[in-house]
Design a protein around this ligand. Structure first.
Ligand code: C2E
Ligand code: MG
Ligand code: MG
Length: 524
C-alpha cells in the first residue's frame, strides 16, 4: 500500500473512531441529562403538591375556626378575632367577614363595604373561590379568595408553588380539579397543555412529546401538573455534533500522525526482531550429517529459520548479521537450543549415536553463557553433552588468546567444537594448532568445482592434508553429487552434509527421515 493511501486509510479509521466516540458520548450525556431532568420533574411535582395541600389546609382550618364565631360580626372583638386568625396562619394574608354578597370588614382594611365578585368555583361543603387583583397599576398581582359561610380568607397564590426553582426550565402549575382553573403557576407555563394533562385519564407520569407528571391531591380538589421543556436536549444533539466536528477532525489528524509515527517505530528491524523473539518465531531446522564410510546419518546441523506470522520462512543469511549488529543474537541462540530440544530432544536421548551441531555467533563465544543455558535442557531431556556439537566460523575465533579458554570450557563440558566454513578465512596451520578444536567443516565453495569427474579444487587436498596432520575430524559441506562424496571418502573425510543426502528440514520431518533410514537399514 502506498504511504499516501496508508495515511488516508489511517485518517479515515481514526476519524471514524473519534466521531463514533464523540457521538456516543453526546448521546449518552444527553440521555443522562434527560433522566436527571425527569427525576427533577418528579421531585418538584411531589414537593409542589405537599406545599399546595399545606396552603389549602390552612385556608380550610382558618375558615372552619371562624365558622364557630358566635357573636355579632365586625365588632371590635370580631375584628380582633379576624386578626388573630390572620396571624395564626402563615399563608393567609387577610381575613374578612361578609354579609350577603358584601364584604363588611377585614383584618387588613377594617370596616369596608365592597360587593363580592361572583365566585369562579364552588365546591362541596359550601366553599367558593375567586381571584381578585391587588397592587398598584402595572404591578398587579392576583390573590385567591376562599369563602365558607360568612368568612373569606385571602391567600397569595404564589405560596402554592413556593418551592425553590432549582431548575427553571421545568414548568409547574397548581390547578383546581373541578373545572381545571389555574390557581398558581411558574412563569411561561402553557395553561392549555396543563389543562389537557389534567383531563387525561391515563396513568402518570407519561410521555407525549415531552415528559408530564400529574399529581392529584387525595384531600382537596387540587392537583399539580409538571412537565419538562420539549425534547430540548435531543433537538440539540446534531447541533452539538456540528460544533464538535472541527475539533474532532483536528484530533483525528493528530491521532493519524501519532499512529503513523508509532507504526514507523514498530517497523524498525530491531522492533520486528524483538517481536519475533517474544513470539518465539525463531526455530531450528535440521540438515542431516552423514558418515561417508557407512552412509548413515550420524546427526544434524541445526539451522535457524525465522518463521514470520504469515508463514514466510526467512533464511539466516538475511537476519543473522543483523541480529549480531543489533546485539540480539543471544536470545536467538537460546531459541534455537530450545527448539532443537523440543523437536529432537527425546530422540537424542534414545539414540546415543546421534548428535546435533549448533552454530555459535561471536557473542556466544565471548563467555560460557550458552553452556549454562544448555545444561538445563541436557538434564531435562537426558541428552549427553557429547551429543551436542558446536560450530564457530573462523572470523569469530581470530583472537585466539581470548577464544581458546572459552572453547576449552566447551570441550571440558563434553562438547565437540568444529571450525565452520573452513578455508574461507584465516586458515593457517599455526592458527589451527593454537585452537582447541575437534574438527573443521570444509566450506561448500571448495566443492563446487568438482563437476562429473573433474579434478577437485586444488585447495581441498591441501585442507584435508592439513586437518589429517593435526588429527582433526572433517565434515564436508555442500556435498551435492555422488562423485564429490566418493572423492571425499577416498581422501579420508569422515562426514558429509549436503543436498545429496537432504536439505535442511523442520524437526518433525527430520524424525521421519530418521525413521525411513532405520527402516531401510532393517531391510538390508
Ligand atoms: P553454515 O553453518 O555453513 O550452514 C550451512 C549452510 O549451507 C546452510 O544454509 C545450509 O542450508 C547450506 N547447505 C547445506 N547443504 C547444501 C548444499 O548441498 N548446497 C548448497 N548450495 N547449500 C547447502 P543456511 O541454512 O542458509 O545457513 C546459512 C548460514 O547461516 C550458516 O552457514 C550459518 O553460518 C548461519 N546460521 C544458520 N543457523 C544458525 C544459528 O542457529 N546460529 C548462528 N549464529 N548462525 C546460523
Ligand atoms: Mg554451520
Ligand atoms: Mg558452514
Amino acid at each position: 500500500m502506498s504511504s499516501r493511501l496508508t495515511a488516508l486509510t489511517t485518517f479515515c479509521v481514526v476519524a471514524f473512531a473519534v466521531l463514533a466516540t464523540l457521538t456516543a458520548a453526546v448521546y449518552a450525556s444527553d440521555a443522562v441529562n434527560e433522566r436527571q431532568q425527569r427525576q427533577q420533574v418528579d421531585v418538584f411535582s411531589n414537593r409542589a403538591l405537599l406545599r399546595a395541600e399545606l396552603v389549602t389546609s390552612e385556608a380550610d382550618s382558618a375558615l372552619r375556626q371562624l365558622m364557630s364565631y358566635p357573636d355579632t360580626p365586625c365588632t371590635n372583638d370580631h375584628m380582633q378575632r379576624l386578626q388573630q386568625v390572620e396571624e395564626q396562619f402563615r399563608y393567609i394574608r387577610e381575613v374578612a367577614s361578609t354579609h350577603d354578597m358584601q364584604l363588611r370588614c377585614s383584618s387588613l382594611r377594617g370596616a369596608v363595604d365592597i360587593a363580592l365578585p361572583p365566585p369562579e368555583w364552588a365546591y362541596a361543603g359550601g366553599f367558593t373561590a375567586w381571584h381578585t387583583e391587588v397592587g398598584k397599576r402595572g404591578n398587579e398581582r392576583q390573590m385567591l379568595n376562599v369563602r365558607l359561610g360568612n368568612h373569606v380568607v385571602v391567600i397569595d397564590p404564589r405560596f402554592y408553588l413556593d418551592i425553590v426553582p432549582l431548575d427553571d426550565t421545568i414548568k409547574l402549575t397548581v390547578l383546581e380539579t373541578q373545572d381545571g382553573g389555574v390557581i398558581s403557576s411558574w412563569p411561561h407555563t402553557d395553561d392549555a397543555l396543563v389543562r389537557a394533562a389534567l383531563k387525561r385519564t391515563g396513568s402518570s407520569p407519561y410521555f407525549e412529546g415531552r415528559y408530564y407528571v400529574v399529581e392529584r391531591s387525595s384531600r382537596y380538589p387540587i392537583a399539580v401538573v409538571a412537565y419538562e421543556p420539549e425534547d430540548r436536549m435531543r433537538r440539540d444533539v446534531p447541533a452539538q455534533l456540528r460544533t464538535l466536528l472541527p475539533p474532532a477532525l483536528v484530533l483525528s489528524a493528530i491521532g493519524t500522525w501519532l499512529v503513523l509515527r508509532w507504526r514507523r517505530k514498530l517497523r524498525t528491524p530491531r522492533n520486528a526482531m524483538l517481536q519475533g523473539i517474544r513470539r518465539r518465531q525463531f526455530v531450528a531446522w535440521l540438515q542431516p550429517l552423514v558418515s561417508l564410510e557407512s552412509g548413515r546419518c550420524v546427526g544434524a546441523e541445526a539451522l535457524v529459520r525465522w518463521k514470520l506470522e504469515d508463514g514466510t520462512i526467512v533464511a539466516p543469511d538475511t537476519f543473522i548479521p543483523m541480529a549480531e549488529s543489533l546485539d540480539l543474537i543471544e536470545p536467538i541462540t537460546d531459541q534455537v537450543i530450545r527448539s532443537v530440544f523440543e523437536g529432537v530432544g527425546a530422540t537424542l536421548a534414545r539414540r546415543r549415536d546421534l548428535h546435533v551441531s549448533l552454530n555459535l555467533a561471536g557473542k556466544d563465544l565471548a563467555g560460557t553463557r550458552v553452556l549454562e543455558t544448555l545444561k538445563a535442557s541436557l538434564a531435562k531431556y537426558a541428552v549427553r553433552p557429547e551429543q551436542i556439537w558446536f560450530e564457530a566460523i573462523e572470523r569469530t575465533l581470530m583472537d585466539t588468546a581470548s577464544s581458546a579458554p572459552v572453547l576449552e570450557a566447551f570441550r571440558a563440558a563434553g562438547h565437540r567444537i568444529f571450525i565452520d566454513d573452513f578455508g574461507t578465512g584465516y586458515s593457517s596451520l599455526s592458527y589451527l594448532q593454537a585452537l582447541p578444536v575437534d574438527g573443521i567443516k570444509i566450506d561448500r565453495s571448495f566443492l563446487r568445482s568438482l563437476a562429473s569427474g573433474e579434478e577437485m579444487n586444488k585447495i581441498v587436498p591441501h585442507i584435508i592434508e592439513m586437518a589429517r596432520s593435526l588429527d582433526l575430524l572433517m565434515v564436508a559441506e555442500g556435498v551435492e553429487t555422488e562423485a564429490q562424496a566418493q572423492y571425499l571418502r577416498g581422501r579420508g573425510v569422515q562426514f558429509a552434509q549436503g543436498w545429496l543426502y537432504a536439505k535442511a528440514m523442520p524437526a518433525d520431518e527430520f524424525l521421519r527421515y530418521l525413521e525411513r533410514e532405520a527402516a531401510r537399514t532393517r531391510e538390508t
